[in-house]
Design a binder for this molecule. Structure first.
Ligand code: ADE
Length: 258
């Protein structure tokens, strides 16, 4: 996307927001694929998640472009080193600044990025509202960390958002980047067959989803709640809402405090 496209999209978003149109309407109107660039030392770790199911179909339909960049390709020394000892001593290597900055600046020369995201356990915990927000962007760059992390100067000068997918440490940011990408892509219009199904996901209205059932209506004497078989849709809706509230109260009462 060139600069003119970028300005066009920004102005359209203001106009749509001003007139109270939904972000989904805006995304339909703009109708350009979202581009996600992932900077990684292990692109092969990401091939699997992006080659199947919804993420694969979204790429096939041209709704999203996912580009992988191997940071090692941007190392300048003959051994293709991408890490080094940390200043001040201490266990663990640190990802060097130069290869990362080279690839970030190369991509930034080609297009404007809405966000340059660093996946890290000390980032902001990923929540549905962040996924919703990121699903409205056009160009995203996601940097996956390894070892002890990246040189702090990359974070200070290039990173616009730092995201953690949970309070635990993964071996690298790749699986976290796959999770983040999945949460964003499934929200793009046209990705899910039933357009409303992402809107009824758990968390979209700060509630967990109610229980769901399918055939048979009875299995080993375990029955599907009668109301779901009644065909009385207003009552079914009420039942679902009640169950969603009960489930949230039981499992995630913190969601009511937000
Ligand atoms: N890299 C390692 N652990 C991570 C986590 N929990 N979230 C995001 N990136 C990570």
């Amino acid at each position: 996307m060139d600069y003119i496209d970028y300005i066009f999209i920004k102005i359209s978003l203001w106009v749509f927001t001003f007139y109270g149109c939904s972000h989904r309407d805006f995304r339909m109107f703009v109708n350009l694929p979202v581009r996600i660039d992932i900077l990684t030392l292990l692109p092969e770790l990401l091939n699997g998640p992006f080659a199947a199911s919804i993420l694969h179909r979204a790429q096939e339909k041209g709704l999203v472009e996912i580009h992988m960049h191997n940071i090692r390709d941007y190392a300048t020394d003959k051994h293709k080193n991408v890490d080094d000892y940390q200043y001040g001593g201490g266990a663990g290597m640190v990802m060097s600044i130069e290869p990362i900055v080279t690839i970030i600046e190369k991509l930034q020369k080609e297009r404007t990025y809405d966000e340059v995201i660093y996946m890290t356990p000390d980032g902001t915990l990923l929540e549905q509202n962040t996924c919703n927000d990121l699903s409205l962007k056009k160009n995203l760059m996601i940097l996956c960390g390894h070892y002890k992390g990246i040189d702090e100067r990359v974070r200070e000068h290039f990173i616009t958002r730092e995201i953690s997918i949970g309070s635990y440490v993964l071996s690298g940011g790749e699986l976290a980047a796959a999770v983040l990408t999945d949460t964003i892509v499934r929200l793009l219009p046209g990705v899910l067959n039933d357009e409303t199904s992402a809107l009824t996901d758990s968390f979209q209205d700060k509630l967990l989803s109610p229980p769901v059932y399918t055939r048979p209506p009875e299995f080993r004497g375990w029955k599907v709640p009668k109301i779901l078989l009644s065909g009385n849709f207003p009552e079914i809706e009420k039942w679902r809402e009640k169950k969603a509230i009960e489930r949230t109260q039981e499992r995630r009462p913190d969601l009511f405090d937000e």
